[in-house]
Design a binder for this molecule. Structure first.
Ligand code: HEM
Length: 408
């Protein structure tokens, strides 16, 4: 039961409202926002604080244009007096040309070639997690969705201890979703100190050719990155790389576990998998709002923006825009035209999209290969967490015909 109508929510979107723990209700609110006017005002954007609240973009073309036009819509946050803030070289909170120089340092670690080489390891990690319950005929697929991306990323790209993944998952979750600003800030500080300690320990060690080494060695315009910026970028990578992919994968597991014919279709037609993964990301796996700061007088879809204002680009709402997608509220696994904005657009387009796609595809492939008849049993509730910039299932109890372990 929701406590307010879509129209009431649309007047002043508050993504932290518990009504949004209903999977589809949020999209009803987006539909009202999108159809009533191009930009709706909200007092408290999810990521803040922002002086004067923010304007939320929910239409596909507007979101695309804002993401593309970084000169008028900067990724640097605003100070409370409305000027642009600079608190370091963190790739997601700076603009070109500096942002592009930093991307050049990070991009090679996510190249299609590297991802191809990584595929057997991703499969082995996924199999190891499925082995934990395959013999019993029942298990929780949230364990696969929530652990696989963290293990892969920490072990093979970041070079951080895998046993720390649960700590980082828990702390980033509190830093994003904690019940008050105070609790969230405390978790963020905790995260910062732990990452700093971890990288500090690495400084005297032999090189390992991972992302932490790349950041420690990086030189931009002949100068090394500040140590604080190395820490901040690693924090960003941990925050951007785990919960996003886990949430998206958890939705796919839920959908296939509650739509047996769609599950069977993917089991029969493995070639459909990459198309289906894109559709899962469009339909339910994208980000529900990231801020841009207006830098000049600019007009979009008849709305005049002024410097010092914040715009929230709501990629998830854009991904349900009927102006761009046929039957946007249907999850169509063989959807042909799918230029979704799940990974954003423009200069800040997701750094980790190749990794996310690999983890996601292999996760679903292994689950379907080893437990092709899995289902969420009637009467069992899968716990959904939905009042956040990323939304996903925290528990997914399933039953299936027992199988055999594959790892030693
Ligand atoms: C399904 C999973 C994922 C989704 C839906 C997603 C979505 C996004 C989106 C929408 C952006 C654009 C941000 C903006 O416009 O300001 C972004 C940027 C970014 N993503 Fe992802 N992401 C995912 C997985 C990952 C992974 C696995 C990593 C790394 C391990 C990652 C790292 C980043 C980074 C570092 C940025 C900032 C890039 C920049 O500012 O230049 N993401 N992501």
């Amino acid at each position: 039961m929701v406590s307010k109508s879509p129209e009431e929510h649309a007047e002043n979107l508050n993504l932290r409202h518990e009504d949004f723990n209903d999977q589809e209700f949020l999209y009803e609110v987006y539909a009202v926002m999108r159809e009533s006017k191009p930009f709706s005002h909200q007092d408290c954007p999810f990521v803040g604080p922002t002086p004067g609240g923010a304007w939320v973009a929910t239409r596909y073309d507007d979101c695309y244009e804002i993401a593309r036009n970084w000169r008028s819509f900067s990724s640097r946050p605003l100070t409370m007096d409305g000027s642009l803030m600079w608190f370091g070289d963190i790739v997601i909170t700076i603009d070109p040309p500096r942002q592009q120089q930093l991307r050049k340092v990070l991009n090679p670690y996510f190249s299609p070639g590297r991802m191809k080489q990584l595929e057997p390891q991703v499969r082995a990690v996924t199999d190891g997690l499925i082995d934990n319950f395959i013999e019993s005929g029942r298990g929780d697929l949230a364990d696969v969705a929530w652990q696989q991306p963290g293990i892969v990323f920490f072990r093979y790209l970041l070079g951080m201890p895998v046993q720390d993944v649960p700590f980082y998952l828990e702390t980033t979750d509190v830093a994003v979703n904690g019940e008050s600003e105070e609790v969230r800030n405390a978790a963020m500080t905790n995260l910062y100190l732990r990452v700093r300690e971890e990288i500090d320990r690495r400084r005297g060690e032999p090189p390992r050719d991972d992302l932490i080494d790349a950041l420690l060695d990086a030189e931009i315009e002949g100068e090394k990155l500040r140590f604080d910026d190395v820490v901040a970028n690693v924090m960003l990578l941990v925050q951007a790389g785990l919960e996003t992919t886990s949430s998206a994968m958890s939705f796919a597991f839920f959908y296939l576990g509650s739509h047996a014919s769609e599950r069977d279709r993917l089991v029969r037609d493995a070639e459909l998998m990459p198309t289906a993964i894109e559709e899962f990301i469009r339909f339910a796996g994208s980000i529900h709002g990231l801020n841009r700061s207006v830098t000049d007088e600019t007009e979009l879809s008849g709305h005049k923006f002024s410097p010092g204002q914040t715009v929230v680009v709501n990629y998830a709402a854009a991904n349900r825009d009927p102006r761009e997608f046929d039957q946007p509220d249907k999850c169509i696994l063989d959807r042909e035209a799918n230029r979704h904005l799940g990974f954003g657009a423009g200069v800040h387009r997701c750094l980790g999209s190749n990794l996310a796609r690999l983890e996601f595809r292999v996760g679903v492939e292994q689950v379907l290969a080893r437990m092709p008849d899995y289902a969420i049993p009637a009467g069992v509730t899968a716990e959904f967490h939905g009042n956040s910039v990323t939304r996903g299932y925290r528990t997914l109890p399933v039953v299936f015909t027992p199988g055999v372990r594959v790892s030693q």
